[in-house]
Ligand binder design. Structure first.
Ligand code: ADP
Ligand code: MG
Length: 186
């Protein structure tokens, strides 16, 4: 048996975590499946043991630093979900390899994450998983300037840092035109 891989991607505030939570609920309550939800210990914006959407919806999750720590749990799970998949870097194993092993073990996987950073550059983990996926759901947000469909994350804060964990204090969703018009490499 080989599992199914679904990737939910898009810019910030597109509803990626909301879509992931919906699938967790379906599997847990509707299909009575054993679902393992993972986040990185790095992403502590809302809570350490929950995946939380910007609307405040949430589900129990394991915050991990090493994949080795959840080896047993992932073997028992029928569905494994990862939120903010682009942050699963610098760990004991490459996230793409972790996902591939689980698929070979017959587990279904749903990952949610940013496809590009605020510069518009692809996050490698998301990009590779999108290529491997059976289903890719690319969501859009609304541009914070004009309300049109937004495919980009815009960084408001000028601090010279490439990756900054944040919410609407630092980022907003923008359409291509309002993203490029004010974007400075900062
Ligand atoms: P994502 O995981 O893609 O960042 P979420 O699923 O967590 O998105 O939440 C998206 C929803 O969050 C939006 O549809 C909107 O209703 C809500 N939301 C709450 N605060 C904000 C904000 N400051 N800007 C945009 N959307 C927000
Ligand atoms: Mg999210």
């Amino acid at each position: 048996m080989y599992g199914k891989l679904t990737v939910i991607c898009g810019p910030m505030f597109a509803g990626k975590t909301t879509e992931l939570l919906k699938r967790i609920l379906w599997a847990r309550n509707g299909e009575n499946k054993n679902v393992l939800v993972l986040k990185t210990a790095f992403d502590n914006r809302y809570a350490d043991t929950r995946v939380v959407s910007h609307n405040g919806l949430s589900a129990d999750a394991k915050a991990i630093r090493r994949f080795a720590d959840i080896a047993d749990l992932s073997r028992e799970a029928e569905l494994v979900c990862l939120d903010e998949v682009q942050f699963f870097t610098g760990m004991d194993m490459d996230v793409v390899e972790f996902v591939s092993d689980l698929l070979h073990g017959g587990r279904d996987i749903v990952v949610a994450g940013l496809d590009t950073n605020w510069k518009g550059e692809p996050f490698p983990a998301t990009a590779l998983l999108m290529a491997m996926a059976d289903e890719v759901i690319k969501l859009k947000a609304h541009c914070s300037v004009c309300g049109q469909p937004a495919y980009k994350s815009f960084k408001k804060l000028q601090d010279g840092r490439e990756i900054v964990l944040g919410n609407s204090d630092i980022y907003e969703a923008r359409c291509n035109q309002h993203w490029i018009a004010e974007r400075i490499d900062r």
